[in-house]
Design a protein around this ligand. Structure first.
Ligand code: ARG
Length: 462
């Protein structure tokens, strides 16, 4: 297309180099913003009519024309022209084709700079809402499972060494806490996404008496932006979102790591359903936890997008620069990756099948109640440091003779401390150990049920 036919072609005498045209175009990827571009244009036109800058007839033609274009796009009948550079000019050109001069009036008091910033915000707001509901679905699955497994005992680890017995429900609720913070973070990020750039025009605002409050209200924005330079150039909201997304991916990656360990023969704590696993083309016995592995792997690209967006912005002078066109692909990929990973997890979580006997067996083997024995001695008046030493000796005997603490006879234990009596075996049981952690945030089954109930209420309140 010769520059004379481009919406900005007036001051050009030479047509755009074909490669440069393709190089500078964004339509291949920004066409995803089309529904939001149309929504924004309808609101802008409605406001223009309200303040007398469009006739009711023009407004009607614009709204109808844009709705038809929306249908064409949805049906896949819309022809996207790279010569028209981006989603905004493609839609505007098509509108003018359809309705003539009224279409040319739509861009009054507007620039693509405030238009694209508005579109991206509308898009991201909608996606944040979807992502938050996907988080609710995953959290619900975790809380359900936690309630069912409130009494299930497994070893808790520090340094990946058996530390103290915990309940599986408690472990799952730890995951839920991470996701709860993620959901909050997104709600907070949404507040700063939900500010309207329209009216900032190219960078300085506009000489038309636009009713920005009205446009903001029509689009569900909380307010118009306060500074036109900032409005067209700010992408903090996208970076914040990428940061929140990175944290979510980091959490999902940690969950993945645990699921992968737990499905291994060495742990054998859980089974993942066949439909979330794949086999090996050479080793017939294999059932691989591909879904968690992929989620763990995909965290890398989301962190990459965060750094990419930060770097994109770091040297830009005010106000809009074409650099900003590079915000879209990382943002879109962040949204897609995050949504897919959350969906995979939310679908998979209700089918995670705990192997309770293996969990219990593993907790039995690891001297997980050593702290309980020390606490027992403290209750009998032994200073904690001495108790620690005494229990260390008992554990050494256990290791040397291949027995758990609860399997060592009373008289053998008594050689380490005269304070040990036959009530010691109550504290050496795993059940006694977890039940004793009866404190806010503790692992006692009673507390886990209580915490699950609270977590569920918090989720429903949202
Ligand atoms: N495609 C552009 C972008 O994504 C739209 C804004 C273009 N504005 C301009 N002055 N060239 O940022």
């Amino acid at each position: 297309m010769s520059s004379a036919h481009k919406p900005w072609g007036g001051r050009f005498t030479e047509s755009t180099d074909a490669f440069v045209e393709a190089f500078t175009a964004s339509v291949d990827f920004d066409q995803r913003l089309a529904p939001y571009d149309i929504q924004g244009s309808i609101a802008h036109a409605t406001m223009l009519e309200r303040i007398g800058l469009l006739t009711p007839k023009d407004l009607e033609a614009i709204v109808k024309g844009l709705e038809k274009i929306r249908d064409e796009i949805e049906r896949g009948d819309f022809h996207w022209a790279v010569q028209l550079e981006d989603v905004h000019m493609n839609i505007e050109a098509r509108l003018t084709d359809r309705i003539g001069d009224a279409g040319k009036r739509l861009h009054t008091g507007r620039s693509r700079n405030d238009q694209v910033a508005t579109d991206v915000r509308l898009y991201l707001r909608a996606e944040i809402d979807l992502i938050r509901s996907e988080l609710v679905r995953l959290q619900t699955a975790l809380i359900d499972l936690a309630e069912r497994e409130a009494d299930t005992i497994l070893p808790g680890f520090t340094h990946l060494q058996v530390a103290q017995p915990i309940t599986f429900g408690h472990h799952l609720l730890a995951w839920n806490e991470m996701l709860e913070r993620d959901r909050e973070r997104l709600a907070d990020c949404r507040k700063r996404v939900n500010v309207m750039p329209l009216g900032a025009a190219a960078l300085a605002g506009t000489s038309y008496p636009l009713d920005r409050e009205l446009t903001a209200e029509l689009l569900g924005f909380s307010r118009p932006s306060a500074n036109s330079l900032d409005a067209v150039s700010d992408r903090d909201f996208a970076i914040e979102f990428a940061a929140a997304a990175s944290l979510i991916m980091m959490h999902l990656s940690r969950f993945s790591e645990e699921l992968i360990l737990w499905t291994s023969a060495q742990f054998g704590f859980i089974d993942l359903p066949d439909k979330f696993c794949t086999g090996s083309s050479i080793m017939p016995q294999k059932k691989n936890p591909d879904v968690p592995e992929l989620v763990r792997g995909k965290s890398g690209r989301v962190y990459g997008h965060l750094v990419g967006l930060l770097t994109l912005m770091k040297s830009q002078p005010l106000a809009y620069n074409k650099d900003n066109q590079e915000d879209k692909e990382p943002l879109f990929d962040t949204v897609d990756t995050l949504k897919h990973c959350l969906r995979a997890f939310a679908d998979m979580m209700p089918h995670v099948a705990p192997r309770r006997a293996a969990m219990l067996e593993s907790a039995r083997k690891g001297y997980a109640t050593a702290t309980d024995l020390a606490d027992y001695l403290v209750r009998k008046g032994v200073p904690f440091r001495d108790a620690h030493e005494i229990v260390g000796k008992a554990v050494r005997l256990g290791v040397e003779s291949g027995r758990d603490l609860s399997e060592i006879a009373l008289d053998e234990l008594q050689q380490f401390s005269a304070h040990i009596a036959d009530d010691v075996f109550e504290v050496l049981t795993l059940e006694g150990s977890v039940a004793a952690r009866d404190i806010i945030g503790g692992t006692a089954p009673k507390r886990v049920r209580e915490a699950a109930g609270k977590a569920r209420k918090r989720l429903q309140a949202a």
